[in-house]
Design a protein around this ligand. Structure first.
Ligand SMILES: Nc1ncnc2c1ncn2[C@@H]1O[C@H](COP(=O)(O)OP(=O)(O)O)[C@@H](O)[C@H]1O
Ligand SMILES: N[C@@H](CCC(=O)OP(=O)(O)O)C(=O)O
Length: 373
């Protein structure tokens, strides 16, 4: 095989802080239970990488690890039993990591996050602070979704997205997604001949790719969620390597395996990234073409005059989506008015408005354009 080399791969290899995500399918036996040998092999690679850089592990596998102790033969389909399995399994998983990392004298700390923790600004900051402190103390943070309290509505649903959000949250220099497949292919390799895509520089490189569901019956996301997570990290300025967990050692040293996704975006500040990708929006403002050009093109504040419609119920300070006339989301921002105040002022120029309504609807400092999405 020709040696895989690229600037992206070099930056993954040289990253000073790397987030590594491992999927359930890479930690389990064929029958679905936790596989200590696979977990140890992963930890061998992580411990070796830890000599060169800080590492944060995002590990799935709680539900899978809870199956055998509960006498379940496959992943349950209802949320309550999944949560019960995760509750039992997370302890088993955590215990397995504690013992495995202890072989190298390394300590681990468990961080369980819900979507709410990255959506609410105060929680986001807390998670940021805890993770930084763990790293400063030389601990390897092991992150998972807090499955036992996450409800249907607020579940990340897949740890690929969680890993991309965590990568940005802690200012990681690279994200490595380890799965049971050795690369991104142009089509689901289970369905027939498929060709690996080695380098992804921009959206055009994945335009012809068909990304399917999870193959293992244990994972949740499948390749589509990995692609979305890679995109999310990439637009946030974090390069991504997708590789097989069986190749973890090479993925974490030379990074000359798998698929490399170049960082496309400028690195956003934590606040702007949160605004753009993590926060929940509670409403929508529809902009006319002039307002789109001002907000997206010239980074101006959004004034009432350029808004043609308001949807949703929100309060001043909430996050809203800004759409173009074709209903495409072009920006997000913190709105300065309650939804009830807006219908009477939209479409009107500032000088025609009463003094108390002359402020911007979304100030430029509170606004992030999403044209790259
Ligand atoms: N285009 C594709 N390229 C690679 N794998 C794909 C593709 N489409 C679907 N898949 C499937 O996605 C699976 C990986 O997703 P998943 O099982 O959710 O992994 P994990 O548990 O690591 O998160 C692979 O095993 C593969 O069968
Ligand atoms: N939080 C869940 C994992 C959810 C998930 O994303 O799984 P996977 O697709 O295997 O990464 C668990 O620990 O079982």
């Amino acid at each position: 095989m020709t040696r895989l080399e690229s600037a992206t791969r070099s930056s993954v290899a040289a990253a000073r802080l790397v987030v590594v995500k491992v999927g359930s399918s890479s930690l389990t036996t064929a029958s679905g239970g936790l596989d200590p040998a696979r977990l140890d092999a992963l930890v061998d690679a992580l411990a070796a990488r830890r000599e060169a850089s800080a590492v944060v592990l995002v590990s799935s596998g709680a539900i899978a690890a809870g199956l055998a102790p509960l006498g379940l033969s496959r992943r349950p389909s209802d949320l309550a039993t999944q949560q019960a399995a995760a509750s039992v399994g997370q302890l088993a998983l955590g215990h397995a990591y504690v013992s495995s990392f202890a072989r190298f004298g390394l300590r681990v700390g468990q961080v369980l996050l819900t979507a709410d923790d990255v959506v609410r600004r105060a929680h986001y900051r807390n998670a940021q602070r805890t993770l930084s402190r763990l790293l400063a103390l030389g601990v390897v943070p092991v992150v998972n979704e807090n499955d036992t309290v996450a409800t249907d509505e607020i579940r990340f649903g897949d740890n690929d997205r969680l890993a991309a959000l965590v990568a940005h949250l802690i200012g990681a220099d690279a994200l490595v997604l380890l799965s049971d497949v050795d690369a991104l292919y142009d089509g689901d390799p289970r369905l027939g001949a498929a060709t690996p895509v080695r380098e992804v520089a921009d959206a055009a490189d994945v335009a012809g790719v068909t990304a399917g569901e999870s193959g293992s019956g244990l994972g949740t996301g499948g390749m589509a969620s990995k692609l979305a997570a890679a995109r999310l990290a990439s637009v946030a300025g974090v390069p991504v390597l997708l590789a097989s967990a069986a190749d973890a050692s090479r993925a974490l040293t030379a990074a000359d395996v798998g698929t490399a996704f170049a960082a496309s975006g400028r690195r956003l500040t934590a606040r702007r990234f949160w605004l753009a990708y993590a926060a929940d929006s509670t409403g929508t403002l529809t902009l006319d073409d002039g307002a789109v050009a001002a907000v997206v093109g010239r980074r101006r504040s959004l004034l009432a005059a350029g808004i043609t419609a308001v949807a949703g119920e929100f309060h001043a300070g909430d996050v809203v989506d800004l759409t173009d006339p074709a209903a495409r989301v072009v920006a997000r921002g913190l709105v300065a008015y309650d939804s009830a105040e807006l219908p009477t002022i939209i479409g009107r120029s500032t000088r025609d408005l009463p003094a108390e309504h002359r402020r911007e609807v979304v100030h430029a400092d509170d606004l992030v354009a999403l044209a790259a999405r």
